[in-house]
Design a protein around this ligand. Structure first.
Ligand SMILES: [Zn+2]
Length: 292
């Protein structure tokens, strides 16, 4: 079986064909143009898909809250205006005459990591991606736990500092308002205005910049507070951590150490794993919608 997969992200739609044994081919990207609205995103998606032939089904990983059965968008934020309500499955099945499955992008990434990435062989794990915000997904007993609206795993909005910093969700004191990758860079910039990117921050840490090391440590203590709570709630085999900053050994090591300091002895068998599939995790996950 060959599944044509698409992952609709913030800036680009990634595409490729995944077979049922996990062979991958034909990686391409087209612009999402999310700000131009849901209709434009679907046009771009269709033109991306049209470039392929020789496949049996289509799997879509997309931003937004997804109705799995209908394959429609229950809710999408202002990153793609007018996307809410889009009948993605219906539109694509009419156009391409193949079965179509649709799932949220963070959930797809978790399914992909479980199938062919860091979670291979694991039954109980949590995925967290540290970027502009913090995305999360929950795999329990080998299955994605979706919650009643497909939105379970919004770890970024655990409130860890009541009355604290404003969050993008409109509430205050959320985990991601302290522990996202964006916050790490903002914290670094507040200490030294010359540091405006994660790359610059880690370069300086590698050169022995003590102030930047302290910023990383402060960030990782915030990030660890959330992770320790999650470990105590779910007692998972592993945490699969993704996002550019976690690819830096300094960040991954600091986060694991600070987390383990807060984790009870009987939960210490949890493993801290780096996400392994990078920007293809969502595509592999979209394929699993047809395979499993
Ligand atoms: Zn929030």
């Amino acid at each position: 079986m060959r599944i044509l997969c698409a992952d609709i992200g913030g800036t680009s739609i990634k595409l490729g064909i995944v077979t049922e044994i996990g062979d991958f081919s034909g990686f391409t990207e087209v612009p999402t143009e999310g700000k131009k609205g849901g209709a434009r995103v679907i046009e771009n998606l269709i033109s991306g898909l049209e470039a392929f032939e020789g496949y049996d089904a289509i799997g879509i990983s997309t931003a937004g809250q997804v109705d799995r059965e209908k394959g429609s968008i229950i809710y999408a934020n202002d990153n793609i205006p007018g996307y809410t309500g889009t009948q993605v499955k219906d539109i694509l099945e009419k156009r391409f005459k193949r079965p179509v499955e649709v799932e949220n992008d963070v959930n797809c990434a978790a399914l992909g990591e479980g199938w062919m990435g860091a979670g291979k062989g694991l039954s109980d794990y949590l995925c967290l991606t540290y970027g502009t915000g913090i995305g999360g997904a929950i795999i329990l007993g080998g299955k994605l736990y979706r919650g009643i609206g497909g939105s379970a795993g919004e770890f970024g909005h655990m409130i860890l500092h009541p009355g604290g910093r404003e969050c993008s969700c409109g509430k205050k004191g959320c985990y991601e308002a302290y522990a996202s990758a964006r916050m790490l860079v903002e914290m670094a910039e507040a200490v030294n205005p010359e540091v405006t990117s994660g790359r610059e921050l880690f370069k300086r840490i590698a050169e022995g910049d003590g102030r930047m090391k302290a910023v990383l440590d402060e960030w990782s203590r915030e990030a660890a507070t959330g992770l320790a709570s999650l470990v105590h709630i779910f007692n998972p085999q592993a945490l699969i951590l993704g996002g550019g900053i976690l690819e830096q050994d300094a960040a991954a090591a600091s986060l694991e150490k600070n987390s383990r300091d807060l984790i009870m002895e009987s939960f210490q068998n949890v493993r801290f794993l780096k996400a392994a599939l990078g920007n293809k995790a969502g595509l592999f996950g979209a394929a699993t919608l047809h395979i499993k």
